[in-house]
Design a protein around this ligand. Structure first.
Ligand code: GLN
Length: 407
């Protein structure tokens, strides 16, 4: 009957809305970013064994010890700059119900009403809602699209800081753009954090989906940032198990205490059997991660080439699940009208990126397509989009003056 004022402006998430429409119209769902295949069978088996053998009761709030251990071993080499002595599974690792909870718990655990948080837009939708839940205010810095990528203006970042600013959320690799923040961009962010004593919350869920052999620099490793960064990630994207909702936050003890202060009163703990399965997953050999990135890179290439051929202009993502495709050569309207039209007329669902922008309208010229799907699913989506494009071309040539681009 009455949604709280803090949440009322957010309505139902764009992902739920688009997936519902996709089902209604029997559209291929390249909207919500989840794989339409499941993770490795031996990982599924480890979780199902644990479901029979237990634990089936609450586990330790900050994580099943075996999973904390596996996360510490998995992340220690990657975060060696921040934790030169290695990550301590008990002092530094908090297991959460997905990375979304890790970020929410970080914000809820750190912020007081009236505090401010810097977010980059396009922004993953849960960040703004979590900032609002904490009674805090978001200051937005826009990642602007230019030839070949998205970047922010360091001056714009600096001027987003006020004396109420406590934290910044950085998502690299980034959803929806597929951007990997460069070392110099991370330096600019670190500089602001150190100068204004901010905590950085770094969402790294696409850490193993970086393409073309590119390096993935981490914010926590920048000198001066180890003590003030909460590095968050999850099992979902790396092991194609997004529904497991097992994530974590890695941080020095004082920041871990903030995360845990909120986590214990929101979910208390994540499901034990899935934590056991996740511990098994993190024992995967390096070859697993290499072939994962290779497979997804191939999917990226297949989709981007086809979209460009159809008439979109892709900003080829360096990482992640998604491509931002500029639709202006195909469509006169905005992203929402095109996405609705595509679901209803082409049988393909995508996400209108304006949902990820709070201050600029940069998103309206793009459509976000997910490529984390079976080859067969991508093939069907591409065939449908091609057929849609061809039908529109035929209609257009029949129309004298032909300025109606809408089929
Ligand atoms: N991360 C997914 C995406 O960007 C959405 C997850 C969700 O539906 N909350 O598509």
């Amino acid at each position: 009957m009455s949604v709280a004022d803090r949440l009322a402006p957010f309505g139902t998430t764009v992902f739920s809305r688009i997936t519902r429409l996709a089902i209604e119209h029997d559209a291929v769902n390249l909207g919500q970013g989840f794989p339409d295949f499941d993770g490795p069978p031996d990982v599924l088996r480890a979780a199902s064994d644990a479901l029979i053998a237990g634990p089936n009761q609450y586990v330790r709030s900050h994580g099943l010890p075996a999973l904390n251990q596996a996360i510490a071993e998995h992340a220690s080499p990657a975060l060696a700059g921040a934790f030169p002595q290695g990550i301590d599974p008990d002092a530094h690792v908090t297991v959460t119900a997905g990375c979304t909870e890790a970020i929410a718990a970080s914000l809820l655990g750190l912020l007081n009403p009236g505090d401010e948080v810097i977010l980059f837009e396009p922004t993953y939708d849960s960040y703004l809602a979590s900032v609002a839940l904490a009674g805090a205010k978001a200051n937005i810095v826009t990642l602007r699209a230019h030839e070949g990528g998205f970047t922010f203006d360091a001056d714009e970042l600096r001027s987003a800081v006020t004396e109420r600013t406590r934290a910044i959320v950085v998502n690299s690799p980034h959803n929806p753009t597929g951007k990997v923040f460069s070392p110099s961009e991370l330096d600019d962010i670190a500089h602001v954090c150190i100068e204004h004593d901010l905590v950085a919350i770094s969402d790294e869920v696409y850490e193993h989906l970086v393409y073309d052999g590119a390096p993935f620099p981490r914010l926590a490793n920048v000198p001066g940032m180890g003590a003030r960064t909460i590095s968050c990630s999850s099992i979902g994207k790396t092991f194609s198990l997004t529904g497991w909702k097992i994530g974590w936050a890695i941080a020095p003890p004082e920041l871990s205490a903030s995360v845990r202060a909120a986590h214990q009163f929101t979910t208390f703990c994540a499901p034990g059997a899935l934590q056991a399965g996740s511990a098994a997953a993190l024992k995967s050999p390096p070859s697993f991660y290499e072939s994962l990135a290779r497979d997804f890179q191939r999917k990226r290439d297949t989709l981007c080439e086809a979209l460009d051929d159809i008439g979109f202009r892709c900003v080829v993502p360096a990482a992640g699940y998604f491509v931002m495709a500029d639709h202006r050569a195909l469509w006169d309207g905005d992203d929402v009208s095109l996405v609705t039209h595509l679901i209803e007329n082409a049988g393909v669902a995508a996400i209108p990126p304006s949902a990820f922008y709070a201050s600029s309208d940069e998103g309206s010229r793009f459509v976000r397509f997910a490529f984390c799907k079976r080859d067969e699913t991508l093939r069907t989506a591409i065939e449908r989009l091609r057929a849609w494009r061809d039908a529109r071309r035929r209609t257009k040539t029949k129309e004298p003056g032909g300025n109606s681009r809408r089929a």
